[in-house]
Design a protein around this ligand. Structure first.
Ligand SMILES: C[S@@+](CC[C@H](N)C(=O)[O-])C[C@H]1O[C@@H](n2cnc3c(N)ncnc32)[C@H](O)[C@@H]1O
Length: 186
């Protein structure tokens, strides 16, 4: 994770505020990038993730404030965060349009939504045909992951005032590519 995405993550997070809302932090792979003492509102509905998440939080000195509800209805106050982070999460949520509306709600005006996600390959490519063909077993085995989701369009249409979005391949031969990374400003 760090070797593959580390540099990009640091680029999209920008100046790190003392409070970060992170969607689906999972095992806490982003905590290493946050300054010690950061308070992370962790929007993580999967209890299976919590043990590893707290271990990483301890290791990197970040304070966890856990919210159990999914990001579609996150229990976070409106206009309370200058930074919302989502890495490899929008592929798994039930309703990405709803999640992005929630992200806009909790961001302060001018606040930043930093994202890094794997997305659908171009229609008609061999990779896209593979993604479409293995969608069901992948979705089942990958805990709800949608291999062929057009997350770039969803972010582009979410009503942010400014958007920087970069497309990159990544992940060698694996079907969870290409990727997008960037940030959107409320
Ligand atoms: C592939 S993992 C990515 C974990 C971490 N963000 C990373 O980059 O390593 C996907 C995460 O999204 C979480 N997730 C799934 N559905 C969610 C939802 N509706 N709201 C918030 N998180 C969700 C999962 O529990 C899991 O922790």
């Amino acid at each position: 994770m760090h070797r593959e995405y580390g540099k990009r993550k640091l680029g999209i997070f920008g100046d790190l505020p003392p409070l970060i809302v992170e969607l689906g932090p999972g095992s806490g792979s982003n905590f290493r990038y946050y300054p010690r003492g950061t308070r992370v509102i962790a929007v993580e509905p999967n209890p299976m993730m919590l043990k590893r998440m707290y271990k990483q939080a301890d290791r990197h000195g970040v304070e966890i404030d856990l919210r159990h509800a999914g990001a579609e209805g996150m229990e976070v106050e409106s206009e309370s965060a200058d930074l919302v982070v989502s890495t490899l999460v929008l592929c798994s949520v039930r309703d990405p349009v709803r999640v992005l509306a929630e992200v806009r709600r909790v961001l302060t005006p001018g606040g930043r939504f930093a994202f890094l996600e794997h997305v659908a390959a171009e229609p008609g490519t061999r990779l896209r045909k593979v993604q479409d063909a293995i969608f069901r077993p992948w979705h089942w085995l990958g805990e709800g992951c949608h291999l062929n989701r057009d997350t770039a369009s969803t972010i582009e249409n979410a009503g942010f005032s400014d958007l920087e979005l970069d497309r990159f391949d990544g992940s060698g031969q694996m079907p969870y590519r290409p990727h997008i990374s960037g940030f959107a400003i409320r």
